[in-house]
Design a protein. Structure first.
Length: 450
């Protein structure tokens, strides 16, 4: 066995041994703070998403097929089984495309599958806020690092929130159940063999369903492993392992590279806009120009955009027909950003997608791909009466280099949560999350979100 081979053998077990030994005291202050920000932001997204018509189609089926009323469905005054509630909450959290995004080498919405799983299991027994935050953090480690082992994963057409999300959810759930290293390795394997999600389903109800199914798969994986159900001990690095069949390039060593030297949750990003994250730089740019040189949209001759290639490959839909589709149209997002000065939940409805003023402006938007631009950079030029108004965005708002402030995260949460659970309960949730590391029982928080 040569040195390179020795380096990758056993990386799954090495990773799971590290996770099993992790303690809350190992978390940095920044990791704890980012965990709280992530929980607050995601709860707001899940509560807002709980009222979407998609849930009206999903929940009756889950009720018909489900078992005991064991775990809370947020915003619905309803309980489902431990495997069904994560589907509902995971889908609700991701449905509006408003949930957080890790962009450090893996483009992943880790919170919807991970928190969808953890909040379900937290109703199975006493779980402290500190235990919850640790499990959340190791879920990020599992999802992001597994993604880095398969660098061609996204280009292959997989939706990472569904595929990697199942692994993140399982490792988080397994840590919450205090599984030993071998059990955690099995849980990772059980989750990986369930992982799925296709980019072809962008703009449909299935896209956010991926997050819910990943959450449920993670819970199932952890519970099965707890009872002795096994799987491969080399699910990432094996000859037919995850990084080899989900990617044309395999980098199994990435699972453990610099393990323990940093926490991936510290590099999480949050969305100021309710749409695909790759569009955020151009939305920033258009809103910036609008604030300095607003004119009636009918006077605009053209809007020219220079963007990273991901913008077109992920959000290049020119004529979206529904609100869900419009979240994956850079043309729509730029049009509403100019007309409304915003790109939040009201800008991505079926009605807004077909609004004549929005449609007319979309048709005057031109997009050029520039491979030299990072995914958080973009340029916009708005042409009015022959005058070119230009702005370049170096780092999109909400990214680690230009993060949303705590006040902005809180304002976003309250705007999302108050219409669903009311003014007072929303503030109680905010206060519980701010003190989550001191909370004795996470069920106190869950009850406020019912």
């Amino acid at each position: 066995m040569n040195e390179a081979t020795q380096e990758i053998v056993g990386v799954t077990q090495k990773f799971c041994s590290h996770v099993a030994a992790a303690q809350f005291s190992d978390l940095t202050k920044k990791a704890i703070d980012e965990g709280k920000r992530g929980v607050l932001d995601w709860l707001g997204c899940a509560l807002a998403g709980s009222r979407h018509p998609t849930l009206d189609r999903l929940l009756p089926v889950l009720q018909e097929c489900g078992g005991k009323p064991q775990a809370t469905v947020f915003g619905r005054s309803l309980k489902l089984g431990f495997l069904e509630a994560p589907i509902a909450n995971g889908q609700a959290g991701h449905l509006l495309d408003y949930d957080d995004t890790h962009m450090g080498g893996t483009l992943l919405h880790a919170s919807s599958p991970t928190l969808g799983a953890l909040f379900s299991l937290a109703e199975r027994g006493l779980v402290s806020g500190a235990e919850f935050l640790l499990a959340y953090a190791v879920g990020f480690e599992a999802g992001v690092r597994s993604g880095r082992t398969a660098p061609g994963h996204h280009e292959g057409g997989w939706h990472l929130t569904g595929t990697l999300g199942s692994i993140a959810a399982a490792v988080a759930a397994g840590r919450l159940l205090r599984l030993d290293p071998r059990q955690l390795t099995y849980a990772m394997a059980i989750a990986a063999t369930q992982s799925g999600g296709m980019q072809q389903n962008r703009g449909t109800m299935c896209k956010s369903f991926h997050a819910g199914k990943a959450a449920s798969s993670g819970v199932l994986a952890a519970l099965l492993s707890e009872r002795g159900f096994d799987g491969s001990l080399e699910i990432i690095e094996g000859e037919r392992g995850y990084c080899r069949i989900y990617s044309d390039v395999a980098a199994p060593h990435e699972l453990v590279r610099e393990l323990g030297m940093r926490w991936e949750i510290e590099r999480n990003g949050h969305k100021p806009y309710a749409c695909g994250v790759v569009k955020h730089p151009v939305i920033d740019a258009v809103i910036a120009i609008r604030s300095q040189a607003y004119v009636d949209p009918t006077r605009i001759e053209a809007i020219e955009l220079r963007v990273n290639p991901l913008v077109i490959s992920v959000t290049g839909l020119e004529a979206p027909g529904t609100g869900l589709q419009s979240k994956f149209s850079v043309y729509h997002s730029v049009a509403v950003a100019w007309i409304d000065g915003a790109a939040r939940i009201p800008q991505y409805t079926d009605e807004r997608a077909s609004d004549p003023a929005v449609v007319a402006l979309r048709q005057r938007i031109k997009v050029t791909v520039d491979e030299s631009l990072r995914s958080d950079q973009a340029e916009a030029v708005v042409i009015v009466d022959g005058v070119r108004h230009r702005t370049f965005i170096e780092h999109a708002s909400g990214t680690t280099d230009n993060p949303m402030s705590d006040a902005e995260i809180e304002a976003k949460f309250l705007a999302n949560a108050e219409p669903v659970i009311g003014h007072d309960r929303a503030r109680h949730v905010r206060d519980r999350v701010h003190g989550l590391d001191q909370l004795a029982d996470v069920r106190e928080l869950i009850q406020l979100c019912a």
